[in-house]
Design a protein around this ligand. Structure first.
Ligand code: ZN
Ligand code: ZN
Length: 372
């Protein structure tokens, strides 16, 4: 360990003024900003540290008595040693990252979001889509190296590959070293003398890509499906981001969804409701035979098992539930009227009478779903 007095070139009994003058002279000679290129930083550290110790009467007295300025009693002075200051400020300015490591040009690509509108049928059975996506793909000319073929990056001659430069800064605590990204190479530690002409040195190009997607059954509006690795390629050929597919389900004219069930209404004429009939309805699975039993009531629900939606997680399909709506004839000719009047006389049907309130067919439907 060099002697502080020798480092500053002063006598052991030098006055504070002499010490200050010696330090200023040396600092001017050795400051890294004054001597770019020449490696004077080690000497500068020594000089600064010697001055820190000798300019403080307390530290100087301890030093004169033989205490080591590095560690031990000297270290207890807080920022007594240059090393402490160096570490403290380095840590603070480099944002916790390890100094000395240049950043990589390769980065993960961005995630992308595409929207897709599905029909209810797609929700019931799942769907396959080929989607055109505007994205970034790997540059085929340089395969992500960012360089013209046959050339390669060269070490930055400003930071010598470190990606950052150190600066000596004066502060209340004395001279401290801070680190900042090298402006010449943007922190990469290398520069690219001949950037790839195809991608302008980005390692990737914009492109339209077709993404093939299997959409599972059971999705609903607002759901986002994640396709890992289908997003854009990263800078310099970095790993792909993810692609998210946001689903919108278009309303269907006939069927609506309730959980895993599909709902619809079956319009039944009055004679069919009274006498019963068999009919074929067009479900999303194709034709289904349906029996309307004699005496069916408005609001009755017919359940067709397993013709609903396959849940997103599961395989058991829900049901198709059909609510009966009896259609009363509104136009009767004279003969019809006579027949109905005769029917009414014969059957002695009860006069209109009060019963519990029902708010339309679907309220009744819902009530029945809750009960059963
Ligand atoms: Zn390229
Ligand atoms: Zn650099």
């Amino acid at each position: 360990m060099a002697d502080h007095y020798e480092v500053l070139g002063v006598a052991r009994d030098a006055t504070p003024d002499e010490i200050k003058k010696a330090y200023r002279r040396l600092a001017r000679q050795l400051h890294p900003d004054v001597n770019p290129g020449a490696d004077t930083s080690e000497q500068f550290k020594l000089v600064t540290h010697a001055y820190d110790v000798l300019s403080d009467p307390e530290q100087r007295a301890r030093y004169d008595m033989g205490d080591s300025p590095f560690g031990g009693a000297g270290g207890a002075q807080g920022f007594g040693s240059f090393g402490d200051i160096f570490e403290t400020f380095f840590g603070a300015t480099s944002g916790g990252g390890r100094p000395g490591r240049p950043r990589s040009r390769r980065e993960r690509g961005q995630d992308a979001l595409v929207r897709v509108t599905l029909e209810l049928k797609d929700v019931v059975f799942g769907a396959h889509r080929e989607l055109e996506v505007d994205t970034a793909v790997l540059c085929e000319t340089c395969t992500g190296s960012c360089c013209q073929p046959g050339t390669s990056p060269v070490t930055c001659d400003i930071c010598h590959g470190a990606g950052h430069v150190q600066r000596q800064v004066r502060s209340l605590l004395g001279n401290v070293v801070t680190s900042q990204p090298c402006g010449s190479c943007q922190g990469y530690g290398t520069t690219i003398p001949y950037p790839c002409a195809t991608c302008q040195g980005q390692g990737r190009v914009r492109a339209r890509r077709t993404v093939s997607i299997d959409i599972p059954a059971g999705v609903e509006t607002g759901l986002r499906l994640q396709l890992p690795g289908s997003g854009e390629v990263g800078p310099a050929g970095g790993p792909n981001g993810d692609l998210y597919l946001e689903v919108t389900v278009a309303a269907n004219e006939i069927f609506s969804r309730e959980g895993d069930d599909l709902l619809a209404t079956l319009q039944v004429s009055m004679p069919d409701a009274i006498l019963g009939t068999t009919t074929t309805i067009e479900s999303l699975d194709g034709p289904v035979e349906l029996e309307v039993r004699p005496g069916i009531q408005a609001g009755d629900v017919l359940t067709i098992k397993g013709r609903g939606i396959t849940p997103l997680r599961g395989s058991q399909r829900g049901d198709l539930r059909v609510g009966v709506h009896v259609v009363t004839p509104t136009r009767l000719d004279h003969k019809d009227r006579v027949l109905i009047e005769e029917f009414a006389k014969r059957t002695k049907l009860p006069a209109p009478h009060l019963a519990e309130f029902h708010q339309g067919l679907f309220a009744k439907l819902r009530d029945r779903f809750r009960q059963g």
